[in-house]
Design a protein around this ligand. Structure first.
Ligand SMILES: Cc1cc2nc3c(=O)[nH]c(=O)nc-3n(C[C@H](O)[C@H](O)[C@H](O)COP(=O)(O)OP(=O)(O)OC[C@H]3O[C@@H](n4cnc5c(N)ncnc54)[C@H](O)[C@@H]3O)c2cc1C
Length: 378
């Protein structure tokens, strides 16, 4: 049976997420746009609303609500602030490898403080050598007694300067085919957040570089099996990272549609609102079609994920579709606003800048097509 309705609990969670976004997140947006900095008060608000606990199992202090719930929260928060949704989505991305691959000791140590927001997570895979080719990375590790020494540089890492519990992918210096993942707490000697990026959009969501300079970690840092680190990190990016970008994109699409409807009903030309013009109606209809289609793709993938089934291919389809649709919706929304669309007072100019940042994160549209082609061609 296919049932496209949300449960009462999910509807309540959506309502609560919307209220949270409108009342607690929206006030931070002007400051984030101005400074480009992550507000610690906003992180605190997310933690108080238990937003970091959504995907963490109850036995480790989380809410255990799953990935449909997470998508609901991201959609609602992104409708108000994509930057905040992006930050939150990557907290969950950083949590996922520990939930799926962590030892009991690692789960007990890290998950309860990650659920309360006392600790904040991220995943560092991308390097200056190219994010589309993670196996081409040059960050390496060598065994050193009962631990490892890691050296290299990671770039474009979300929450680089905010997170303190980071899963880092590194290559075995003696075997370039073997990668391992390590949980590295901030404060570990030789591990530093360095350059902070200034993005065109998603201002207030921190992105930057991490350097590892002969960073020594104990054996307890190894996450999952030694030599199987690509699976640990890429499965998190495939399911949770892509799923998160989908949530962020749907929020942008919704915000663009709502702003366009409002403006089209208020702007009067030729003696009537421009919403009466068929050319404008077609644009609004296109945005609605893309939003409806995107939501179906997104929630189908998240429902599979909640059932414990493979969802990375479905998320690749949804990620391709929704990030492209968000960019299209933002361009249409700016167009509908005429000259006002180019003015900073109108949020649609922010949506356009934010929408373009959705593209590369968790894999570009080209890479989504590579994944989808591999899926269908076998
Ligand atoms: C805002 C933001 C947040 C991010 N957060 C994180 C994070 O938290 N952690 C992390 O590890 N990474 C993160 N990334 C990095 C992101 O995953 C990479 O930017 C992405 O994978 C692309 O890598 P690249 O930028 O090096 O581009 P490249 O890999 O150099 O790609 C350059 C171009 O080549 C194209 N291309 C590459 N391969 C193919 C192919 N096979 N066929 C056709 N075209 C191809 C690409 O589509 C792109 O157009 C983030 C990026 C951004 C922008």
């Amino acid at each position: 049976m296919i049932d496209f309705t949300f449960t009462d609990e999910q509807e309540m969670f959506r309502k609560a997420s919307r209220e949270f976004a409108e009342n607690r997140v929206a006030p931070f947006v002007p400051e984030m746009e101005k400074t480009g900095k992550t507000s610690p008060e906003l992180v605190k608000a997310l933690a108080e609303a238990e937003m970091m606990a959504v995907t963490i199992p109850e036995e480790y202090g989380g809410l255990g609500l799953g990935f449909v719930a997470r998508l609901i929260a991201l959609e609602e928060i992104s409708r108000i602030s994509v930057a905040t949704a992006m930050m939150l989505q990557v907290f969950a991305l950083g949590i996922d490898p520990i939930v799926r691959f962590g030892s009991e000791a690692q789960k007990k140590r890290y998950l309860p403080p990650l659920a309360t927001g006392e600790r904040l997570a991220s995943v560092a895979v991308t390097e200056p050598t190219g994010g589309s080719d993670p196996a081409g990375g040059r960050t390496t590790y060598v065994k050193d007694g009962d631990g490892y020494v890691i050296s290299g540089r990671k770039c474009f890492i979300t929450n680089s300067h905010v997170a303190d519990t980071i899963t880092v992918l590194a290559k075995d210096e003696t075997n370039p085919k073997a990668f391992s993942a390590f949980i590295i707490p901030k404060g570990t000697e030789g591990f530093k957040a360095t350059h902070e990026e200034h993005k065109v959009g998603m201002k207030g969501c921190n992105t930057g570089e991490l350097t590892l300079d002969k960073c020594r970690v104990g054996a307890e840092s190894l996450l999952g099996e030694e030599g199987k680190g690509l699976r640990v990190t890429m499965s998190a990016i495939g399911d949770v990272g892509r799923g998160g970008m989908v949530g962020c994109s749907l929020g942008v699409q919704t915000a663009c549609l709502e702003a366009s409807i409002k403006f089209a009903n208020e702007r009067v030309l030729y003696g009537k609102p421009i919403s009466a013009l068929q050319g404008i109606q077609n644009k609004v209809a296109e945005m609605k079609i893309d939003l409806e289609a995107g939501r179906l793709l997104a929630y189908r993938a998240a429902a599979l994920q909640d059932r414990g089934e493979r969802s990375s291919n479905e998320f690749a389809v949804a990620k391709y579709f929704t990030t492209e649709a968000a960019q299209k919706a933002a361009k249409i929304a700016v167009d509908i606003h005429g000259g006002y669309g180019c003015m900073e007072e109108f949020a649609v100019s922010r949506y356009l800048r934010d929408a373009f940042v959705l593209g590369p994160s968790a894999g570009t549209s080209d890479i989504m097509k590579v994944i989808i082609a591999r899926w269908v061609l076998g």
